[in-house]
Design a protein around this ligand. Sequence first.
Ligand code: AMP
Ligand code: MG
Length: 398
Amino acid sequence: MSVDQAIELANEIPLFFETEIRKLSLAHNMILANSLESKVDDPRFDNSAMDGWAVKEADCTTPNSKLEIIGTIQAGSSEQIEVKQGQACRIMTGAPIPSGADSIVMIEDSVILDGFVSIIGPARPHFIRKQGENITIGEIGLESGSKLKPSHLAMAAMMGYAEIPVIKPPKIAIIGTGDELIEPGQPLEAGQIYESNTTALVGLVSEMGCEPVKFPFVSDDINSLRKAFDLAASECDAILTSGGVSMGEWDLVRRLMEKEGDIKFWKILIKPGGPPLFGSWKNTPLFGLPGNPVSSQIVFLSIVVPWISNSCGYHPIQGPKLFDKVRVKLLSAAKGTKNKVTLRRIQISERDDILIGEVPENQGSGNLRSMIDCNGLTFLPMGVDGKPGDIIDALWLR
Ligand code: AMP
Ligand code: MG
C-alpha cells in the first residue's frame, strides 16, 4: 500500500476531539477551533505613526515654514482639535489625527520657537496610519486550525477577544513493547537496551497539538499487551505502539491486532518504515509503529502527522507542522528503492542561494544519531535514485 492510500484509509477512522473555550493567556500553542472575525477596525481610527506635528502638507512645502502651535494630542485622547491653515498640533504616536491635518512632521524635523514651530523637514501623509488599513470589522483575521503562536494570540486580543475556542488536545496513548527494553537510568543487563522510542513520540505527539499519555512499556507477552491496550483504549482517544509489528515470532502487536483487533492496513511502501499497522482496538484508532528508532519517527511523520492534521482540520499553512516540503540539490548520491518511497536522512543547508542536501553514509534504521546529525529527509519516489546534482523533493525537519 502506498503512503497516500494508507493515509486515506486511516482517515476513515479519524481522531476524536472536543473543543473548549480558553482565555488568551492559557491558549499559547493550542489550535484554534474556529476562524475569528475582527470585532474592530485596525487601526481603529486614523492615527499618527510618529511623535511629531499634525499639519497640512501644503503649509510645509517651503523650507523653514513657521506654524502656530495650537495644542497637543496624546494617544488615548478624545479631544476635538482642528488644524487650520498655518497651524500645527503636537501629536504623539498612536494619537488620533485632528481634523484638518493631512500629514505628520517628525519631531526631529522641527524647532520650537515662542508659540511657533519652525518646520525643517518634510511633512509626510504616510506617517498617518489609516483606519482599517490592516483589517476591517468582520474580516477573518485568524483561520480555523491555526497553531496559536504569540502573534496569533496578540491578534486575537487586538480583534477584541478575551477568550477563544480551541481544540482540547486529544489524548494519545504511547506504548513501547519489547522484552529487551529498560527504562533509562536503570542498570542494564546482557541483551538489554534503553527504551527511547516513546520519548521521541511524546515530543512528536505534543508538537502536533495532542496530549501524549505515556504508558509503562510492555514486555512481549500477549496478556500484558491486551491489558495495556484495554486501559489505553478506555483512557485515550488513540493509541500509538512501537515495536512488535514485523514478521517475527515475537511481533505480538500485530498478532494481537490480527486476532482481537481490527486491522485496516499493515505495511506501507516506504523505506525505512518497516511494516507499520493501523486499525482499531475497541473502537479506538491504533497505529502500530515499527520498533527501529528511526523508522518509528519516520512513520509518525509520514502517516500519523497527516492523520492528526486531517482529523482535527489543521490549517495547511498556519497549522502545526513538523517539516516543510522543499527542493534540494543533492551533493552526493541517495539511493532509491524499487517499489518504495525512500526517505533517506540528509543534511540540508543553503549554498549559493539554493538548498543543498548531503547524504551521510550510515542510513541504518536503528541509527538514532543520524536523526540528530541530519535535519531533513529525501522524498524519492518509487524506483528513483538520486544522483549527485539532481534536484529532488525533500522534507526539511523543523
Ligand atoms: P521490533 O519492531 O520490536 O522487532 O524492534 C525492532 C528494533 O527496534 C529492535 O532492535 C528493538 O530492540 C528496537 N526497539 C524496539 N522498540 C524500541 C524502543 N521502544 N526503544 C528503542 N529501541 C526499540
Ligand atoms: Mg520487539
